[in-house]
Structures are given as C-alpha cells and as structure tokens.
Design a protein. Structure first.
Length: 518
C-alpha cells in the first residue's frame, strides 16, 4: 500500500500546490458536467460545520462523476476528526470505510471517482490509500436496464425507442433512481447528507433536440429517503418553466425545508465554458427547517445581498429569482390590475405550424419563419375573427437571453387587419384601432414591461405564461418608463436595477421579406 503519511496529507488543504486536476477536466456534455472543486466546496459550506466532526455522519453522492464531492468531504473530515483519530491512517481508514459513499453514473466515472478518492481505480490494490477487500470500495457502479411499460421507463420516463439498447451500450438507467429503495445498495444505510450534480436531461425521442429533464427525479428520490440534508446543483429552469416540471416545481416551492438557494442566472459563472439556458442553482434542503429560504444571486462575478423570503410570493406559481424584484412586485400588486397575459395568444394561434410556408399571393398576409407569405382565409382553421382586427405579433423565441443586459422579447410587429402568423409568432390583441395598437407597442417596448416579463422567463421561449405578472394599462395613451416608474412609486435603487437588467429596444420598422416559395 502507498505511504499513508504522504497520501493522507494529500487530502489535507495545502498552502502551495499545483492546479487541481479536477478543475481542468473537460465536461462529458452540456447535460453531464463535472463540478469544479470551488463549487463543490461552496455547496459543502452550507452544511453545519459540526457534521465534519461527527465520526458517525454518513455522506452519499448518488451521481459520482469525478469524485470531487467525496474528496472534499474527506478533506473536511480529516480535519474535523483529528481529535477522534490522532493517527492519520486510522482516521483515513475510518472515513473512507464508514462515512463517504458514492454511486457512479457510468463505469468510466466509477474508475475516475475511485482514482480521485482512493488514489487508485481499484481500492484493493497496493496503491490505494486505504485498503478494501473488494474492487469498488464504497463507490459502486452497476449497469442496469430500464423497466418498460407502454414505451416508457416506469422510473425515469425514458423513451423505449431511444434507450432500449443491447448489452454493453450505455442505457442511462441510473441506479439511484431505478430502484425503489436506494438505501439498500449499502445495506439499508441511513445517510445524513446526500449531495451531487445529477444528469440534467434525456432525449425523449421527440422532434429535433427535444429532451426531457431528469434531474428532478434525483431530487425527488433523495427527499424520499429522508436524510438530514440534501444539496444538489441543477438547471434553474424549474423556477418557472421546464418540460414536464410543473408538479416538481409545485412540490419544491411548497417545501419549506429548502433553507438556502444560490442562483446563477448565467451558468458559465458556475461551469466555465458551459451554456445552460436559464442558468443553474444549488440548494440546501434541511429536514429540520420550516420557514423562509435564504436566496442569494451570483451575477457578473458578484455575490448579491442575501434575502430570507418565501419561495412563493402571494399570487405567484413560480419562483422569483431576483431579490431586488420582490419589492417591485409588491408595489405593482397594490394596484390590483388585470394581467397582460389575458391579451396574449397561445402557441400556434392560427393553426399554422412553425414550418409553414405560404404562397406569393392570397387574401391573408402571414408572418412566418421565412418572412412574409400569403394564404387564403378558408385555409386558416383557428381564430378567424381575430384576422380582420389590429394586433401585435411577437416572436415566440425570445431575444438577448445569454448576457446582461437582456432584451427579453423580440421586436413587436404591428399586425394590421387581414394578417396572421405561423407558430413562429404569438399575437397580442385584438385592439380597436391602429392608435391603440401603437400605444400597446409603446408599453411592450418599455424596460419596465420586459423586466416584469423576465421574472417568469427562464428559457428562450416566450409563451403567454411569462406575462402573468405584467399589469395591464390604459391604452388610450402611449407609455414611457418614466411614467411607469412614477405610477408604481419605484425607488431610485429599484429603477437602477431594472435599467441595469434590460437593454433599450430598437423600434425601427420591420422590413417585410418576400415569400421564399410559391
């Protein structure tokens, strides 16, 4: 076995050392990213310090990739248990055999995680810093299969057509969420802490890059085990959106055991070089906590001021990620105005799909993916009464979502009578006349309007639901930001925050494009 003095010392913090190799690993993909050591430690900092002085505390990473969480936990335990076990090798053996456990997501990551924690791929070999009598130690990997029913896995919802593969190929059937009781993996063990960075999504066999989230399954399973603490880092789109996440979001936002959330609206600030739409967050779930959550935003390299607040504001069904927005929302709600959402259409408002292409001539002018085309009225199946009214078209794909300041929505287009759109757009309206429509455009283009819409927008898509919190106005007149700030009595600090988040909108006229096909 390798020299225990030198190897045990490697698990203790060093003043001068070479760059950490775990901070230099290339990610497996945008969906399965390695956690940088500094992020792992920030997550561990949320846990009570006394845990790391408890020789009976047990830690589980159910989604091991690099082994960084188990390594950093072991470092802290090596310090915290020094009085309990003065001998370094005895202390290390106790920790590695009795306190830290992992379930790897692939065979490759099991080898990597063991190499990180035990300094050897196989902890029964002479090079391991703590000798086990088996080749896995406490980091397990078992290749298992999905359980199919009606074309879907009953545990994770994976598509049978996508993931039913022959033996030897990766199935993405992660063990932690594919058995009823994961505690049985380690002999029905009770864990104090479950920590990790789960896989984010699976292709669901839909059109193009259609994918469904999977990280929610890991959180739900971890909660079902009822440890003392859970901390995981996941995409933040569950705050207000995400495919199939409605029930998960509802459960999370009504769970007052979530004690702390750290939010990164730009994922690359947490995972350098990685783009994850809507950003990422990590949280602490505390089984003994019952109350408000401490929310901290990390943006532009700065840590925002913490605020303890409910996960759900009155009248909201989504999480408001920015602390600075809470006071603004409270001021707006005092006016008890109707929601702008009532003026916004659903997807595919006229029954024309995204890939629709019209003709060069026709009764109705269509705004579509390739520009402008035409169609006859008889060929439109939905919302025919809207067609001869004034309205506004907005691109369904938002704008400026990757960097601050944001634009949030695309440029509004004045929709005159006898116009419609494909699924590429949604419409706002209808309105009585052109002047009223132009007044609405003035409101839509304000930073105020787009800021409030941003609070529910965590992905590029701008469906009608993002306008739920936006108050409706009197559209007999145009609106400016100055008027809206004054109406809602916003402080200069609140105004400055809105101005810092939203870029001005260029309202130069749109240029019609000739249809691309006859």
């Amino acid at each position: 076995m390798a020299n225990p003095e030198n190897l045990a010392n490697s698990l203790l913090p060093q003043v001068n050392h070479n760059p950490d190799v775990l901070s230099c690993l290339a990610n497996l993909s945008n969906d399965e990213v390695f956690t940088p050591p500094n992020v792992a430690n920030a997550m561990l900092d949320m846990l009570p310090r006394e845990l790391f002085s408890n020789p009976d505390a047990k830690f589980l990473d159910p989604v091991c990739k690099s082994g960084v969480f188990l390594r950093e936990i072991t470092k802290r335990l090596m310090q915290g248990l020094e009085k309990n076990f003065p001998d370094k090798q005895e202390r290390l053996d106790h920790i590695l055999h009795n306190q830290v456990y992992g379930i790897a997501i692939t065979e490759l990551t099991s080898l990597l995680s063991r190499r990180t924690l035990y300094c050897a791929k196989y902890p029964n070999c002479p090079y391991s810093i703590s000798k086990f009598d088996n080749i896995t130690g406490n980091i397990r990997y078992k290749a298992i299969q999905h359980t199919w029913k009606n074309g879907r896995c009953i545990f994770c919802g994976a598509s049978q057509s996508q993931y039913e593969r022959e033996e030897g190929l990766e199935t993405h059937a992660y063990e932690f969420i594919h058995i009823d009781n994961p505690q049985e993996i380690f002999g029905d063990m009770k864990f104090d802490v479950i920590i990790g960075n789960p896989p984010y999504q699976l292709s669901d066999g839909g059109y193009g890059i259609s994918a469904m989230p999977i990280y929610d399954n890991f959180i739900i399973k971890a909660i079902s085990i009822n440890p003392k603490y859970i901390t995981m880092i996941v995409p933040a789109r569950w705050f207000a959106g995400g495919k199939g996440l409605d029930e998960f979001r509802k459960a999370m936002l009504h769970d007052n055991r979530i004690r702390e959330i750290h939010d990164y609206p730009e994922a690359f600030e947490c995972f350098p070089g990685v783009q994850i739409k809507g950003g990422v967050c990590y949280f602490l779930w505390d089984s003994n906590h019952a109350g408000d959550c401490k929310v901290i935003t990390h943006k532009n390299g700065k840590v925002g001021k913490p605020l303890k607040r409910p996960l759900l504001e009155n009248g909201c069904d989504t999480f408001i990620r920015y602390n600075e927005a809470i006071g603004i929302l409270h001021k707006i709600k005092k006016f008890d105005e109707n929601s702008f959402e009532n003026l916004v259409s659903a997807r595919q408002p006229f029954g024309l799909p995204t890939n629709f292409h019209g003709s060069k001539t026709g009764e109705i002018k269509i705004y579509e993916n390739s520009g402008i085309s035409y169609i006859d009225l008889k060929d439109i199946k939905k919302n025919k009464p809207i067609i001869n009214k004034y309205k506004i078209f907005l691109p369904r794909a938002g704008s400026g979502s990757d960097a601050f300041p944001h634009q949030i929505i695309g440029k509004p287009i004045l929709g005159e009578p006898f116009t419609a759109c494909s699924e590429t757009y949604i419409y706002i309206g209808p309105f009585k006349n052109k002047n009223q429509t132009i007044n609405v455009i003035s409101y839509v283009s304000t930073k105020f309007f787009r800021f409030i819409a941003m609070l529910k927008k965590v992905t590029q898509s701008t469906t009608r639901s993002i306008y739920t919190l936006v108050p409706i106005q009197d559209f007999s007149k145009p609106w400016t930001d100055a008027e809206l700030y004054a109406k809602y009595n916003l402080s200069q600090e609140e105004i400055d925050f809105i101005e810092s988040m939203i870029k001005p909108m260029d309202l130069s006229p749109e240029t019609d494009t000739e249809p691309q096909n006859a």
